[in-house]
Design a protein around this ligand. Structure first.
Ligand SMILES: *[C@@H]1O[C@H](CO)[C@@H](O)[C@H](O)[C@H]1NC(C)=O
Ligand SMILES: *[C@@H]1O[C@H](CO)[C@@H](O)[C@H](O)[C@H]1NC(C)=O
Ligand SMILES: *[C@@H]1O[C@H](CO)[C@@H](O)[C@H](O)[C@H]1NC(C)=O
Ligand SMILES: *[C@@H]1O[C@H](CO)[C@@H](O)[C@H](O)[C@H]1NC(C)=O
Ligand SMILES: *[C@@H]1O[C@H](CO)[C@@H](O)[C@H](O)[C@H]1NC(C)=O
Ligand SMILES: *[C@@H]1O[C@H](CO)[C@@H](O)[C@H](O)[C@H]1NC(C)=O
Ligand SMILES: *[C@@H]1O[C@H](CO)[C@@H](O)[C@H](O)[C@H]1NC(C)=O
Length: 482
């Protein structure tokens, strides 16, 4: 009996201990799960990473007031050691993270939580000056140097900036005011600039109020820009959405852009500087874009195009209350070329000009441009478009002695606004053909009863890049305590 009771007691104690331990385990389990819920997630990217860290591991404070420039740079400098060991990702948690400019590294992913906001510092000393772009010879706003972009990368391989639609807020108003009142001694910073880099992905982010251009891949290749929501007041100066510049093999898709300048501006350097640098933008696909830009174009080609722009495709574009559709901007002195451009399936609602080409855009970097450097504009194809509430169908102004050739426009129906111009097509120094276009085009674009203007059937290499399912798990890299 004694023995049995004692055994039973022991059993009871055991059972209680087991329950207690189970209970503790359950609690710990819940804590672990809670941690996991906070700091473990999945996303897609062109490359996944072997190493992870959170911005908070580096002393950052997301209160909207503490300056975190050093934390960002320390985190990225620390993670750069893993570049040749599977790469690293930096997680930016929920919070308002005030920061100045910082530089990215190779084989690296910056990931923003959906409630993370990067707030650009309003302190100009947080924006170091860098050299002007060699293909421009000077800054766009002012001669000489320029402020480095908020997120900057140069000479990188394999870099990803993404998130669950987290926000990067350029707080651009300060810069717009300085620009308007002529107080700038240097060119305004961009929000994201990636130079001389290969394998770049910028995706699933909300970019707001950039000081100037939003996304600027330049001298780069294999660039994917996806799922960006870019917004700025339609009156803000030069807040272009995405500007592929002297870059090859670029894909821009599923973006929504409201801005004070061109939604997309394709570029390749400026006059004698761009001619000397000689680096074209070549192999660009733009698809599923929504654009609102009352004073600018959906897609501008130029005006800086001195290195050449070649093989641009665009399809499934929606424009609302935008000045023009695809606009070519160039000048005597630019040199270079714009050739093999293919655009189809655009829907436009409330436009000033559906088609606009400008051969006398002017805007030279200085007086030393070569007056004999004529741009070559040829092979411009527009098909399957519908527009409504349009003021004027087309304003196509080539250059005397240097006509824009090989223009093809097919299956385009343009509905006119109550205030539409009497003359709907005004064409000078251009050559081409049309088919099934209303209202009736100008005499320089006779109807050839062809079926459709060309559009390439082969995909660009960048369209075949495999997207992978990546995951992030909290990794206590350096003395993290909570
Ligand atoms: C970032 O890169 C630029 C250009 O290479 C350089 O001038 C600047 O010093 C770098 N900033 C840091 C913090 O390393
Ligand atoms: C980046 O690459 C360019 C072009 O190859 C080169 O001219 C430049 O010196 C490189 N810059 C750095 C910081 O390595
Ligand atoms: C620009 O330069 C002028 C003259 O050197 C100077 O007075 C002014 O403070 C500078 N402005 C800024 C914003 O740095
Ligand atoms: C991303 O954020 C922007 C700005 O907050 C919002 O307008 C947009 O709808 C969001 N997109 C997605 C896919 O959640
Ligand atoms: C003409 O364009 C419209 C609008 O994109 C499209 O729905 C239609 O199929 C096109 N017609 C032909 C014959 O391609
Ligand atoms: C048509 O465009 C005019 C501006 O040209 C605008 O005021 C008006 O609201 C537009 N109408 C519709 C139905 O979108
Ligand atoms: C047509 O365009 C030319 C410039 O290329 C301009 O001088 C002329 O006034 C325009 N005509 C009309 C009717 O808009």
């Amino acid at each position: 009996m004694e023995l049995r009771r004692s055994q039973r007691t022991n059993h009871i104690i055991d059972a209680v201990s087991v329950l207690l331990v189970l209970g503790l385990l359950a609690t710990r389990g819940a804590e672990c799960r809670k941690d996991r819920i906070l700091d473990s997630f999945e996303y897609t990217a062109v490359s996944c990473r072997a190493h992870s860290a959170s911005l908070t591991d580096f002393g950052a404070v997301g209160d909207g007031v503490t300056l975190n420039t050093k934390a960002f740079q320390a985190a990225i400098d620390h993670l750069s050691q893993f570049a040749s060991d599977g790469g690293a990702q930096l997680f930016v948690p929920r919070g308002r993270w005030l920061t100045g400019s910082f530089n990215l590294t190779s084989h690296f992913t910056l990931y923003l939580h959906k409630d993370a906001v990067l707030l650009a510092s309003q302190d100009v000393s947080e924006w170091p000056l860098i050299e002007p772009l060699p293909s421009y010879g000077r800054g766009r706003d002012a001669p000489g140097g320029r402020y480095i972009s908020l997120i900057f990368g140069t000479n990188l391989t394999d870099v990803v900036i993404t998130g669950d639609n987290g926000t990067i807020d350029g707080q651009g108003d300060l810069w717009w005011q300085k620009y308007r009142s002529g107080q700038l001694n240097y060119t305004r910073p961009y929000l994201i600039e990636i130079m001389y880099s290969d394998q770049v992905q910028i995706s699933n982010l909300a970019l707001v109020n950039s000081p100037s251009w939003n996304v600027h891949p330049v001298y780069s290749s294999n660039v994917i820009v996806q799922g960006l929501t870019i917004t700025a007041p339609v009156t803000s100066p030069n807040t272009d959405g995405i500007n592929p510049d002297s870059s090859t093999n670029v894909l821009i898709e599923d973006c929504y852009i409201v801005s004070g300048d061109d939604c997309i501006a394709v570029k390749s350097g400026w006059d004698q500087y761009g001619i000397a640098f000689g680096m074209p933008t070549k192999g660009l696909m733009i698809r599923r874009l929504t654009c609102i830009s009352p004073d600018s174009a959906v897609i501008a080609l130029g005006s800086e195009m001195s290195g050449g722009i070649e093989d641009v495709r665009a399809e499934d574009i929606l424009a609302i209350n935008t000045e023009s559709g695809v606009r070519i901007k160039t000048s005597v002195g630019r040199g270079g070329y714009v050739k093999d451009i293919y655009v189809r399936r655009m829907t436009m609602k409330t436009m000033k000009w559906v088609f606009w080409m400008t051969g006398n855009y002017g805007s030279h970097p200085d007086g030393n441009f070569d007056p004999n450097a004529l741009p070559a504009i040829q092979g411009i194809n527009y098909g399957d478009m519908v527009a409504e509430n349009v003021t004027m169908a087309a304003r196509l102004e080539g250059i005397a002695g240097d006509p824009f050739t090989g223009i093809c426009i097919s299956n385009v129906t343009i509905g006119l606004a109550a205030t539409a111009k009497k003359v709907q097509w005004n064409c000078t120094n251009i050559e081409g053909i049309t088919s099934d276009v209303t209202p009736q085009p100008c005499e320089l674009l006779p109807d050839q009863a062809l079926t459709n203007c060309a559009f390439p059937t082969e995909c660009l290499p960048v369209e075949a890049v495999q997207i992978q399912a990546c995951s992030y798990k909290r990794n206590y890299l350096i003395g993290y305590s909570d």
